[in-house]
Design a binder for this molecule. Structure first.
Ligand code: 3HC
Ligand code: NAI
Length: 683
C-alpha cells in the first residue's frame, strides 16, 4: 500500500494520503508528502497540486503517538517551510475533519476546498498544546485575530459553511471532492496566488488582554490557552519566520508540561475505555433501533433528549397520564431552550416533535429493542418494573437500568433473562454530561454489551464499562470524597474552607456548593437504599438534619449555604449542627489545614480508585480517570485521580494513607493492595 501516492493527469498532480484510520501525519506521511512535493516542483509539466486524503477523513493532525519520542525528520514544521517555497498553486481538498496539524497542512496550501459536512479546527488545546506547525501564525493572517483566537483557544472545529464565511476555505462542494478540486485547479492555473504567510496582519494589543479576560473562567488551570494567545500576539508583532519560531518554542515547552502529559493521557484513555478484552470485531452486536424509557423524571427526560438530539426516536412510559404529559412538556421545554441557545438546529428540534412518543401502557413496549428503566431509586419498584418489561417487551429486548447505586445482579436475577440486563448509567443532565457508565453484570451477554458500547458512541458519549458494586465506579469514588468532606466538617472545617480548597485544586466547585446545587436530599434518599456498611453515617448526619429541617440546597434557598439573590453566605444552622454532632460522636474540633483537606478528600478518592481496579470493577486504571474527569469535573490537566497519583508519587500517597489510617482508623483508610504492590515493585 502506498501511504502517499502521486498521480498526474494532464497538468494537475494529485497527492493522496492513505494512512488509516485518520491519516495522522506520521513520519512516513510527512516524508512521503515532502518527497512528492519536491519531485512535483521539478516537473515543469505540473501546473497545480491537489493534496487529498482517502478513508474517513482528511489528516486528523500530528501523530499523537509519536509525541514524547525522538523527533524524526522531516518535522511538520520543516514540511510546512518547504511548502511555503513552492512556486505552483497547492490546493487542499478536505473531507471529514482537518484537525490540528492536518488543518495546518491545509493552511500551508494556497487554496482550500471542502466538501459539505466537513470540519476544520485546531484542537491542540485539548491536548494541553498549541498548534505547532504555523497555525497560530497563518490562521489569524487568514481570518483575523478575533476569530483565530476563538478557534485556537476553544479547540472547537467549525463547519465547512462557517469556514467559508470566515474565509478559511475558497470553495465548498456537495459531492465528489476530487472532481471539484480538479475543476477548481483548472480555474486558478496561471493566475497569481498568495501565500498565507505573506498576508498582512494588524491588531491592537488590547484585543489580547480583553480576550484573556473573557476566557479566564473556562480555561482556569489550563496552561495552553494563554500561551496560545501569546503566540497569536506574536503573529501581530513579529515577522512570519520569527512568529513561527516563537510558536515552536511554546509548543515544545508545553509538550514537556505535566498538563499536556495529563491531557494526552486522557486522549488515549478515552479511546482505550471503549475497548473491552472479550469484545472484538467478530463479536455479534444485538440490534438496537427502537428505544423506550420507563420513567420520565429528571433522568428519563434527559436520556430521551440524548437520543432524540441524535436522531433516534424514543418512547417514554410513565405511570399516569398526568406524569406522562409532564415528561413530554419537560422534554419539549429543554429542547426549546437548547434551540434558543443555538445548541440545536431547527431540524433536530423538529425531529423531537415528530419522534417522541409518550405512553402509560406497558404493552407499548412490544416493539422496543432496548428499554431503559429510570424510575425511583428503590429496589422493589425497580424489580417490579423489570418484570413488567419482560412480560410486555419482545423476546430479545435489552433491559437496562439507570440505577445509581443498586445491585444490578439482584435486579437481573428477577428476570428469566439476566444475560439481557445491563446498566446504562447516565449522569445529570444526561443530554449534557459526556459520560455513560455501562454496567456489566455477571450475566450480561457480550452481544448486549457490544450493543451498549455502540449505542454510547452513536449518541456521542464517552463510554466506560464497570462491574457491579455499590455506586459502580463513579458514585463509589465520589462517596469516599463526600465522606471525607463530611467528616472534616465535624472535625472543625467549615463548608467554605473545604470548598475553597477543592476549587483551588481545580474541581469546578467544592463539595458543599455542589451538594447545594444538586439537592442535598438526593444523596440522603440514595443512602436509604444502600447497605449501611458501605458508608460512614457520621459523615452525613448534617446532610440529613439539613434536609429534615427543609434546607435541601439552592432549591429551598438554604443548604450548606444560604442564598439571597446572588448573595451566598454560610448557613449558621450548619455550624450549630457540626458542634452538636461532633460532641455526640466525641470528636474534638480543631483547626484543619488546607493540605489536610486536599489530601483527605483526594487520597480517599485515589485509594478507592485503586481498589476498584484491584477488584476488577474497572478494566484498567485509565478507565477510572475517564470516569472521574467526565462525571465530576476532576481537572483534565491533572489527567484524572490515578494519573495524578502517579504524578505526585505513589509512595507519597501510600505514606499519607498509612498516616491517615493511624489517626482515623483503618475502616476507610486501609490502603489498596494494588497501590501497595505498585509501590513495592517500584522500589
Ligand atoms: N494521532 C494518532 N492517533 C490518532 C489521532 C492522531 N492525531 N487521532 C486519532 N487517532 C487514533 C485514535 O487513538 C484511535 O485509535 P484506536 O482505534 O487505536 O483507539 C483511532 O485513531 C480512531 O480515533 P477515534 O476513535 O477518535 O475516531 P473518531 O472517528 O471517533 O474520531 C477524530 C476521529 C475526530 C479525528 C478524532 O480521532 C480526533 O479528534 N483526533 C484527534 C485530533 C487532534 O487532536 N489533532 C491534533 C493533534 S496535535 C497536532 O496536530 C499538533 C500540531 O499542531 C503540530
Ligand atoms: P425522578 O423522581 O425525577 O423520576 C422518576 C420517574 O419515574 C417519575 O417521573 C415517576 O413518575 C416515574 N415512575 C415511577 N415508577 C414508575 C413506574 N412503575 N412506571 C413508570 N414510571 C414510573 O428520578 P430521577 O432523578 O430521574 O432518577 C431516576 C433513576 O435515575 C434513579 O434510579 C436514580 O438513582 C438514577 N439517577 C439519577 C440521577 C440524578 O442526578 N437525578 C443521576 C444518575 C442516575
Amino acid at each position: 500500500m502506498n501511504i502517499v501516492l502521486t498521480e498526474i493527469k494532464e497538468n494537475i498532480a494529485v497527492v493522496t494520503i492513505d494512512n488509516p484510520p485518520v491519516n495522522a501525519l506520521s513520519h512516513v506521511v510527512r516524508s512521503g508528502v515532502s518527497d512528492a512535493i519536491q519531485e512535483l516542483c521539478k516537473d515543469t509539466s505540473v501546473k497545480a497540486i491537489i493534496l487529498i486524503c482517502v478513508g474517513r477523513t482528511f489528516c486528523a493532525g500530528a501523530d499523537i503517538s509519536e509525541f514524547g519520542k525522538p523527533p524524526l525528520s522531516p518535522s511538520l514544521s520543516n514540511l510546512m517551510a518547504k511548502m511555503d517555497q513552492i512556486n505552483k498553486p497547492l490546493i487542499a481538498a478536505i473531507h471529514g475533519t482537518a484537525l490540528g496539524g492536518g488543518f495546518e497542512l491545509a493552511l500551508g496550501c494556497h487554496y482550500r476546498i471542502m466538501i459539505e459536512g466537513a470540519k476544520v479546527g485546531l484542537p491542540e488545546v485539548n491536548l494541553g498544546l498549541i498548534p505547532g506547525a504555523g497555525g497560530t501564525q497563518r490562521l489569524p493572517r487568514l481570518i483575523g485575530v478575533a476569530a483565530a483566537l476563538e478557534m485556537i483557544t476553544s479547540g472547537k472545529p467549525i463547519s465547512a459553511r462557517k469556514a467559508f464565511e470566515v474565509g478559511v476555505v475558497d470553495r465548498i462542494c456537495d459531492n465528489n471532492l476530487l472532481v471539484s478540486a480538479t475543476k477548481f485547479a483548472k480555474d486558478i492555473i496561471g493566475k497569481p496566488f498568495i501565500k498565507t504567510s505573506e498576508l498582512e496582519l494588524l491588531a491592537s494589543p488590547e484585543i489580547f488582554e480583553e480576550f484573556s479576560k473573557k476566557i479566564l473562567k473556562r480555561t482556569r488551570g489550563f496552561l495552553a490557552p494563554n500561551i496560545a494567545i501569546s503566540a497569536v500576539r506574536a503573529a501581530t508583532e513579529k515577522s512570519f519566520v520569527e512568529g513561527v519560531k516563537f510558536e515552536q518554542e511554546c509548543f515544545e515547552k508545553l509538550m514537556k508540561s505535566p498538563e499536556s502529559l495529563a491531557q494526552r493521557h486522557l486522549f488515549f484513555a478515552e479511546r482505550l475505555a471503549t475497548k473491552v478484552p472479550d469484545i472484538g470485531k467478530d463479536t455479534s452486536i444485538r440490534k438496537i433501533e427502537k428505544i423506550a424509557i420507563v420513567g420520565g423524571g429528571t433522568m428519563g427526560c434527559g436520556i430521551a433528549i440524548s437520543f432524540l438530539t441524535n436522531s433516534i426516536p424514543v418512547l417514554v412510559l410513565e405511570q399516569s397520564a398526568k406524569t406522562a404529559l409532564l415528561a413530554k412538556s419537560n422534554i419539549e421545554e429543554i429542547i426549546n431552550t437548547l434551540f434558543v441557545k443555538g445548541r440545536l438546529s431547527e431540524n433536530q428540534k423538529n425531529f423531537t416533535t415528530e419522534n417522541l412518543t409518550i405512553s402509560t401502557e406497558y404493552s407499548d413496549l412490544s416493539l422496543s429493542d432496548l428499554v431503559i428503566e429510570a424510575v425511583f431509586e428503590d429496589m422493589e419498584i425497580k424489580k417490579q418494573v423489570f418484570q413488567k418489561i419482560q412480560k410486555f417487551a419482545k423476546q430479545d429486548v435489552v433491559m437496562a437500568s439507570n440505577t445509581s447505586f443498586l445491585d444490578l445482579d439482584e435486579i437481573a436475577s428477577t428476570t428469566s433473562k439476566p444475560q439481557d440486563v445491563i446498566g446504562l448509567h447516565f449522569f445529570s443532565p444526561a443530554y449534557i454530561m459526556p459520560l455513560l457508565e455501562i454496567i456489566r453484570t455477571k450475566h450480561t451477554s457480550t452481544d448486549v454489551l457490544a450493543a451498549a458500547l455502540k449505542l454510547g458512541k452513536l449518541i456521542g458519549k464517552k463510554t466506560v464499562v464497570s462491574g457491579v458494586c455499590t455506586g459502580f465506579i463513579a458514585n463509589r469514588m465520589s462517596s469516599c470524597y463526600g465522606r471525607e468532606a463530611g467528616l472534616l466538617l465535624l472535625e472543625g472545617a467549615d463548608p467554605e474552607q473545604i470548598d475553597n480548597v477543592l476549587y483551588k485544586f481545580g474541581m469546578p466547585m467544592g463539595m458543599f456548593s455542589m451538594l447545594d446545587i444538586a439537592g442535598i436530599d438526593i444523596g440522603v434518599l440514595a443512602r436509604k437504599n444502600i447497605p449501611t456498611e458501605s458508608f460512614d453515617e457520621r459523615a452525613f448526619r448534617i446532610h440529613e438534619a439539613l434536609v429534615a429541617s427543609g434546607s435541601k440546597g439552592q432549591k429551598t434557598n438554604a443548604g450548606f449555604y444560604c442564598y439571597n439573590g446572588k448573595e451566598k453566605t454560610l448557613n449558621p444552622e450548619v455550624e450549630a449542627l457540626t458542634q452538636k454532632y461532633a460532641e455526640e460522636y466525641g470528636i474534638k474540633r480543631r483547626k484543619i489545614t488546607p493540605k489536610e483537606i486536599e489530601e483527605r478528600c483526594l487520597f480517599s478518592l485515589i485509594n478507592e480508585g485503586f481498589k476498584i481496579v484491584e477488584e476488577g470493577i474497572a478494566i484498567r486504571a485509565s478507565d477510572v480517570d475517564v470516569v472521574y474527569t467526565s462525571a465530576f469535573g476532576f481537572p483534565r490537566y491533572k489527567g484524572g485521580p490515578l494519573h495524578y497519583a502517579e504524578h505526585l508519587g505513589l509512595d507519597y500517597i501510600l505514606k499519607r494513607i498509612n498516616k491517615f489510617a493511624k489517626v482515623h482508623g483503618n475502616r476507610w483508610w486501609t490502603p489498596s493492595s494494588l497501590l501497595v504492590s505498585l509501590v513495592r515493585e517500584n522500589k
